[in-house]
Design a protein around this ligand. Structure first.
Ligand code: NAD
Length: 714
């Protein structure tokens, strides 16, 4: 053994050195400080060891290297610019030293090699990839750009156009694409990988392959004709900028590649460091890195629940409507057989045909084989009776939103299931604790709130009623995860987590309209802020009847801040039966586009209708006022949910908003956004709107945090 560390082992056999990443006591390899320090030491050993004529880099784990240790980013990026630049220069010196060894080198990529992991592979002369591996530089997804030479070596290896696509698009490439783009030199079966890598190094050593020429290509400037350069960079920047609204990293990556195009490796790396520094300290990188960590945290929580969850081998759904049909599809598609019960044959047929449509789409797009589709469909068993309910481990109730009917049906189904079967209601507005009153085993009952459309919306709120047991919650969480969804556990309250926070935002919107605001402008400003759709458009999508109903539930639940007797534009729309997209008329009017999707346009009837709620007429409202008046109530309500113990952590609250209502990703969620603005600034702004009522009144804890400079994260 030439070197043995915690993460890296280095040995030599017959002149070929083998550097193995195999992090002891860890499930994966990652580039943390320990690994980088050890790679430094191993590179030094290689530089000073005589008799070595070739290097093979490999991994002892299932993955190659998953990437940098993202938990280290926060503290590191808070350091001064000079420290970050020194860290980058030191890390790159290691990769350069490996690249500059006086003999050929190859990486055997056995599994996931992302970010720094793939940059390690790029430092060697050759790459052999297993058919089960994947490679890529997904840094822009975290709001940063590659920092270990990725923007330098990848374009020199696969061409600027491909590299831009890979880096700006945060692509993870499978073997066929990797080979086609020449990012790797060969793809082989996993069991042949080591032999293939050693064979390649043998041929390079013998002079059969010109490894020095390969290396020179990576270390020199980009070879591009001017025309190609114009095409690759100019069009890419425009295209990427339009696609990545609010995300500066993809454009920064292209600029960095462009700026360094005429330089050799060492000059180009300096540009990469500068580009990295520019994005690493942005609030966007901070938010996106935070989201990655939140996501890891949620996954860990699910794992914890799985320990006490009952197995769900068979599920059932009551109701084959919009939600029930979607739930049946999702369960079947992800592998859990499900009984779908309705009281109407037409509903069952509609539910089945919806599942069929969704699966056919997957097959048409090449994402599923026809055989797999058949198996998935066979997992949905339609029924109009409780005949087979004894076998099921969980029943999701998704029938009409009526407390009386739900209570009757839940009590009825309880008679037909096993005593351990979990019952979960998909109600969007009825108290779980109240519904549980109908049951003789209320501990087996909780809420399981999916979002519409079920197949596309990632969030499921799992609602703990007063009597729900831990096993019930855990089983529901595990089932949601098995369906490919992200469950977040919340305590029972009117609106649960997501609607409770969304409606104060709508209330802010309604009040601003009454105060003379123009809904088209408000939509534009909020979309520019980062929402996928502005509030008027969103209300059209949600449906005015649904919004009106949920609004009433929330007004009853929180009369001091959500109850109002002022007539709003939502009342006007609702009364005029302008229900939104579902009947093609709401704030906007809708007509099908070429693909049959509803396309919105201005409706000439609407301005006069809205004038009836604008006592003082229309007025020009600044962008800042729009953002503040809508976002402050949303932030304050999120804080209240945390204080009232509706949600356990800031991370879960923020993830709920991102997945449930499309909160702007690059702002990281309401509480992260609050941290970015600073609690003092928020309280100060909120106070200027105190006349608008309690929705704008910060909580005492917010004021305390403002005074002490505290944050929700860190
Ligand atoms: P829907 O009207 O499309 O479907 C309800 C189905 O339940 C109908 O097919 C009806 O025949 C069936 N049904 C009625 N009584 C039944 C019974 N006793 N046994 C079996 N089936 C019965 O309604 P939906 O939009 O799917 O909503 C269902 C539930 O999901 C409601 O509680 C709703 O609040 C909630 N929810 C809806 C949405 C949404 O956007 N639609 C989102 C989240 C939650």
């Amino acid at each position: 053994m030439l070197y043995e560390g915690k993460a890296i082992q280095l040995s030599v056999t017959e002149g070929t050195a083998e550097l193995v990443f195999d992090y002891k006591d860890e499930s994966v390899n990652k580039f943390d400080r320990v690994t980088l320090d050890e790679l430094r030491a191993a590179a030094d050993v290689l530089k000073t060891t005589d008799g070595v004529t070739g290097l093979v880099v490999s991994s002892g784990k299932d993955v190659f290297i998953v990437g940098a240790d993202i938990t280290e980013f926060g503290a590191m990026f808070e350091e001064g610019d000079d420290q970050i630049l020194t860290w980058l220069a030191d890390a790159n010196a290691i990769f350069n030293d490996i690249e500059d060894l006086p003999y050929p080198s190859v990486t055997a990529i056995n599994g996931t090699a992302l970010g720094g992991g793939f940059e390690m592979c790029l430092a060697t002369d050759y790459r052999v990839m297993s058919t089960s591996a994947s490679i890529g530089l997904p840094e822009t997804r975290l709001g940063i750009i590659p920092g270990f030479g990725g923007t330098v070596r990848l374009p020199r290896l696969i061409g600027a156009d491909n590299a831009i696509e890979w880096i700006a698009g945060a692509k993870t490439a499978k073997p066929d694409e990797a080979l086609k783009n020449h990012a790797v030199d060969a793809v082989v079966a996993p069991e042949d990988l080591s032999a293939a890598a050693h064979d390649l190094i043998g041929r390079a050593k013998s002079g059969e392959f010109d490894w020095e020429a390969r290396r020179a290509q990576k270390k020199g400037p980009l070879t591009l004709t001017m025309m190609e350069a114009m095409m690759a960079f100019t069009t890419a920047k425009g295209f990427i900028a339009s696609k990545a609204k609010g995300f500066p990293a993809p454009v920064q990556a292209v600029k960095t590649i462009e700026r360094a195009a005429s330089k050799d490796r060492d000059g180009a790396l300096k540009d990469e460091h500068k580009g990295f520094l520019k994005v690493a300290k942005t609030t966007v990188a901070d938010a996106l890195i935070g989201l990655f960590l939140n996501d890891q945290f949620l996954k860990k929580k699910v794992k914890g629940h799985k320990k006490i969850a009952h197995k769900v081998e068979h599920a059932a759904v009551l109701g084959a409507g919009i939600m029930g049909g979607g739930i049946a599809y999702q369960s079947a598609y992800k592998g859990t057989p499900i009984l779908m019960k309705d009281i109407r044959q037409e509903a069952i047929e509609l539910g089945l045909s919806e599942a069929n449509k969704l699966l056919t789409k997957r097959v048409d797009r090449g994402r599923m084989t026809a055989a797999k589709m058949g198996q998935a469909l066979a997992r949905i068993r339609p029924t109009m009776s409780y005949g087979d309910f004894k076998e099921v481990d969980i029943v999701v109730e998704a029938i009409v939103e009526n407390i009386k009917i739900k209570k009757i049906v839940l009590a009825e189904v309880e008679e037909h299931v096993h005593e351990n079967t979990v019952l979960a209601s998909n109600t969007s507005s009825i108290s779980i604790t109240l519904l549980a009153e109908a049951l003789s085993r209320p501990e087996n009952f909780c809420g399981m709130h999916f979002f519409n459309p079920v197949s596309r919306m990632p969030l499921v709120e799992v609602i703990r009623g007063e009597k729900s047991s831990d096993e019930t919650i855990a089983t529901t969480v595990s089932y949601a995860a098995a369906m490919g969804k992200t469950p977040i556990v919340v305590n029972d309250c009117p609106g649960f987590l997501v609607n409770r926070i969304l409606f104060p935002y709508f209330a802010g919107f309604q009040a601003l309209l009454n105060d003379g605001g123009d809904f088209v402008k408000i939509d534009k400003v909020m979309e520019k802020f980062g929402w996928p759709m502005g509030p008027a458009y969103l209300l059209d999508v949600v449906g005015m009847d649904t919004a009106h109903h949920v609004g009433e539930v929330l007004a009853d639940g929180y009369p001091d801040r959500m109850g109002t007797d002022v007539r709003t534009s939502l009342d006007v729309m609702y009364e005029a039966e302008r229900f939104g997209q579902k009947n093609n008329r709401g704030y906007y009017q809708y007509a099908p586009d070429k693909k049959g999707r509803p396309k919105k346009s201005a409706d000439p009837e609407v301005p006069a209708m809205l004038a009836s709620v604008q006592a003082k007429g229309a007025r020009d409202v600044t962008d800042e006022e729009i953002i503040d008046r809508l976002m402050i109530p949303l932030i304050i309500e999120t804080v209240r949910c945390l204080e009232d113990d509706i949600v356990e952590t800031a991370a879960e609250a923020d993830m709920g908003l991102i997945m449930g209502i499309g909160f702007p990703l690059f702002r990281g969620g309401a509480l992260k956004y609050a941290d970015t603005l600073g609690l003092a600034a928020i309280c100060e702004k909120a106070d200027t709107y105190a006349h608008l009522g309690k929705l704008y009144e910060p909580t005492q804890r917010m004021r305390d945090m403002a005074a002490s400079g505290a944050k929700f994260y860190g």
